[in-house]
Design a protein around this ligand. Sequence first.
Ligand code: PLP
Length: 405
Amino acid sequence: MKDRKVEDLGLASATRIVAAGRRPEWTGPVVNPPVWRASTHLYENMAALAEGPRRNEDGRFFYGRRGAPTQWALADALTALEPEAAGTVLYPSGVAAIAGVLLTLVRPGDVVLMTDNAYDPSRAMGKGLLADFGVATRYFDPLDLSAFEAAFCDRTRVVLLEAPGSLTMEVCDVPALASIARSRGAVSVLDNTWAGPTGFASLSHGVDVVLMALTKHIGGHSDLMMGSASAGPELYDRLRLRAQSLGHVVSPDDAALALRGLRTLHLRLERETASALHIARWLVDQPQVARVLCPMLPGAPGHELWSRDFTGGCGLFSFVLRGGDAARRVRFIDALSLFGIGYSWGGFESLAVPVDPAPIRSVMAWPPADTDPVDRFGVRLSIGLEDPDDLIADIERAFAKAGDK
Ligand SMILES: *Cc1c(COP(=O)(O)O)cnc(C)c1O
């Protein structure tokens, strides 16, 4: 369902983020939609009860599995932020969104083409969930368009893209890949968790289904898990019916938290992007650093396509330490005091994790062929809302400590 008032005014995304999903019929006289905690929805009489199952539409009370105004408001807000989307389905996590989308689109015997730098649990789904249901997964290098074209067969049903790629941050040509997929009769799905709807307009760039882990930027405070998928009318309808049959619902409390996070998305992303760029620029000049993998940084891999297609960045990027000393990386990460060691990203607090893509890649070389093979120990940083100069000082101290021993 679509909130035309917000959609049609040609508003900047910062303004839409504030206005989206706040229909008066859901918020009442207050600013935010109340938290509707509900499994049972009550019917006025037997006639209304009999009518219920016949009308499976957005925004109709039925039973908790189809949500209530708190979840509807969040879905509505995300739809308003994605030009060309007919609606948005919410899932209990980002991984549930990926599984829910794939289980909507494939049948036994189909083939999924998956970008080799996909989020690791997506790759694991290829080997586990999809294989168990008779669906084959093939991996492709998203930077090689001719190899991508050659990878199609007449059973290829879905292409799963991610930009930038997980951990190593390559930026692929999403419009070109999506257009090839469409010409071969496959549905393109983009994991757009990194840029979010304000940083990359997925459907406008030819993608058929865009999904996100709301756990990251939209929640923004490391206190909830949720996912979403948005699409045009036909695919949206299939996604929501499949989500209903899989019993995918999100709690109204989490939906309210996600809406609260959404309202400051623009501010947080602007700040994180500026801080990440500041830190990435500093890292480029450090003798301990071989390469910085930050597409927002001029001269870094992927910067040209990022500048062409994206309207925003975020705080997540990686860098590669110089020299093949794994123990030094352990000392470095352990010595950081302002960066937490932990999975996830997109919260208000900075995080660091090691990056070792080699064992999980099928066709993309790590380290890349045009680099010194000794330099292979990566670190991924999620830059939060701290002062970036404090973060630089922390990294500088950790470099010194790591080198001392
Ligand atoms: C974290 C993440 C997911 C999964 O989200 P969860 O809510 O943790 O299940 C999916 N895609 C990308 C790119 C992610 O970083």
